[in-house]
Design a protein around this ligand. Structure first.
Ligand SMILES: O=P(O)(O)OC[C@H]1O[C@H](OP(=O)(O)OP(=O)(O)O)[C@H](O)[C@@H]1O
Ligand SMILES: Nc1ncnc2[nH]cnc12
Length: 179
């Protein structure tokens, strides 16, 4: 593993049986509290934004906001929040989905994306892929192109990558860490 990979992994805390029995929760708060690790993470994700030719960064509420916003600034791109249902005041597109520990609905302001946009989706964890799949569907429904999906950590044993393949339609899925 690279030095940056080791640094990032060392700052993610495993919490057993949270938020429900059987889930090993990957807690990124120690990483966020370490400026060297948070900067390295931001730089690595911003490099992906540049390499994929993204014109916008979408962050998925809530942890995808914490990572996606500095990535957008570092890459010189606009940031678009994809929020849990009921939080955006304007006209929205909505998409329901299941995740590792429940189900939810996400929304985006329809006017935030256009046919000219290539969007990089940023999130902390890819688990079952339900959240990411719903975000890709939203971006396409808004008329924009998906440049790729970049996550800090992929939980490989949950099969999210295979689930996402059809939705990504050739766009890259980049995980800085895979466990
Ligand atoms: O691949 P999936 O099975 O869909 O799970 C991954 C999603 O779950 C977590 O978010 P959560 O909905 O817990 O929201 P939070 O960021 O507000 O904690 C995580 O930040 C991802 O967005
Ligand atoms: N195991 C997990 N840890 C952190 N975030 C998650 N989102 C879905 N599954 C998760």
């Amino acid at each position: 593993m690279t030095d940056i990979g080791e640094l990032l992994l060392s700052r993610i805390r495993d919490v057993a049986d949270y938020p429900e029995p059987g889930v090993m929760f990957k807690d990124i708060t120690p990483l966020l509290a370490d400026p060297a690790a948070f900067t390295a993470l931001t730089d690595a994700l911003a490099e992906i934004a540049g390499r994929t030719g993204a014109t916008k960064v979408v962050g998925l509420e809530a942890r995808g906001f914490i990572l996606g916003a500095p990535v957008a600034v570092r890459a010189g791109l606009g940031f678009i929040p994809v929020r849990k249902a009921g939080k955006l005041p304007g006209a929205t597109l909505a998409q329901a989905y299941d995740l590792e520990y429940g189900s939810a609905e996400i929304e985006v302001h329809a006017e935030d994306l256009s046919a000219d946009d290539r969007v990089l989706v940023v999130d902390d964890v890819l688990a079952t892929g339900g959240t990411a799949e719903a975000s890709v569907q939203l971006i396409r429904r808004a008329g924009a192109e998906v440049a790729g999906l970049a996550v800090l950590m992929e939980l490989g044993f949950l099969g999210g990558r295979a689930r996402l393949e059809p939705a990504l339609a050739g766009a890259p899925l980049e995980a800085l860490l895979t466990v």
